[in-house]
Write a new protein. Structure first.
Length: 344
């Protein structure tokens, strides 16, 4: 829910190595983007912003990668401007409606002002905790000592960079994050569409240890969306979009979809182009996905027909039993009437 333009620092070099250009716009009320009243913020209006931005930048078509609360906005683009999407939409730990995910339902009963205040306070506390100096480091040496920086491991440097980006992303504006929170829980309005309405190809990456979006929710997406593929990352958490291997897989897939054999320098030499291999792998994976969905549909249909057959047999048996019972009762009634008639 923070601004995304800072996170380009993690991905820029990797994107460049694949010949890709990253554009990370901040949604209204996030980062340096202008505020928008929560009543005026609709998920289906976001595609118009993206379309106008790409027209200004002279970008006719593009790919979309989104994380968490960005998922509804990304899928809205598939609903409103599918002609501008180049290929697959990539979602990392996507938000799924609470009516489907069956999580955080209790928040529907929390008053909106309380939710906004709690969200803002939580972010502020998080900033304070992340911004404080470690107890083992002298204040004078924190962030300014060249010797300390030289001694830091690569992991520590990346961790500090991540925390600095996190602080910066929330420091500029909070209204958009609050609006996104309200949007996620559909407090004032729904997304304006259902995920099941999206027939554009979607590839979901999700961690098995995600503590915000349950695995069952993304499996629901795979089972119910027309063209959705799911990749589960063992041990991955909600910050999965910061894992290099996940982003590398996405960028490689995008590069493969953009690959044009006649214009590829690697394809002009005897050695096999690795992008061609990726294209072939993508094709095989999609065929397997379609096959699995078809088999699942047939299995579901067979189960449904079996249940109907059993129900029909039960109904027929019940009808026969009812007829027998009626037949058994008729003579008894006639005998009684005959006895009464004879008596009189």
């Amino acid at each position: 829910m923070g601004c995304v333009r800072y996170f380009i620092a993690f991905f820029d070099d990797l994107a460049t190595s694949y010949g890709l250009r990253l554009i990370c716009p901040d949604r209204p009320g996030i980062g340096l983007s202008d505020d928008v009243k929560s009543d005026d913020q609709e998920v289906l209006k976001w595609p118009d912003v993206i379309s106008e931005l790409c027209d200004i930048l002279d970008i006719p078509k593009f790919f979309i990668m989104a994380h968490s609360a960005g998922a509804p906005y990304a899928l809205a683009c598939a609903m409103r401007i599918p002609h501008k999407l180049q290929g697959t939409i990539y979602l990392v730990c996507p938000w799924v409606s609470t009516t489907v995910a069956n999580n955080f339902k209790w928040l529907r009963f929390v008053p909106t002002p309380v939710m906004k205040f709690t969200n803002s306070a939580g972010i502020s506390i998080q900033q304070i905790m992340h911004g404080r100096q470690p107890y083992s480091t002298k204040p004078s040496s924190h962030r300014t000592s060249g010797a300390l920086a030289a001694q830091m491991s690569s992991f520590e440097k990346k961790q500090q960079l991540g925390l600095a980006i996190l602080k910066a992303s929330f420091a500029e504006n909070l209204s958009g994050a609050n609006n996104d929170l309200i949007m996620c829980f559909e407090r004032r309005r729904t997304f304006g569409f259902s995920y099941t309405d999206v027939d554009h190809p979607v590839h979901v990456f999700h961690g098995t240890k995600d503590d915000r979006i349950p695995v069952s929710a993304v499996k629901w997406m795979e089972d119910n969306m027309p063209d959705c593929r799911l990749t589960l990352v063992e041990g991955g958490k909600h910050s999965l979009f910061l894992r290099a291997e996940v982003v590398d897989t996405i960028f490689k897939s995008i590069a493969a979809q953009l690959h044009v054999k006649d214009k590829c320098r690697l394809c002009m030499i005897p050695t096999k182009c690795w992008l061609m291999e990726e294209v072939e792998n993508e094709r095989k994976e999609r065929e397997l996905q379609i096959q699995r969905k078809v088999e699942a549909s047939f299995a579901k249909l067979s189960r449904s027909q079996s249940i109907q057959t059993v129900d029909q047999n039960n109904n027929n048996n019940n009808a026969i039993n009812n007829q027998r019972s009626s037949a058994d009762r008729v003579p008894q009634t006639s005998d009684k009437l005959l006895s009464i008639y004879t008596y009189f």
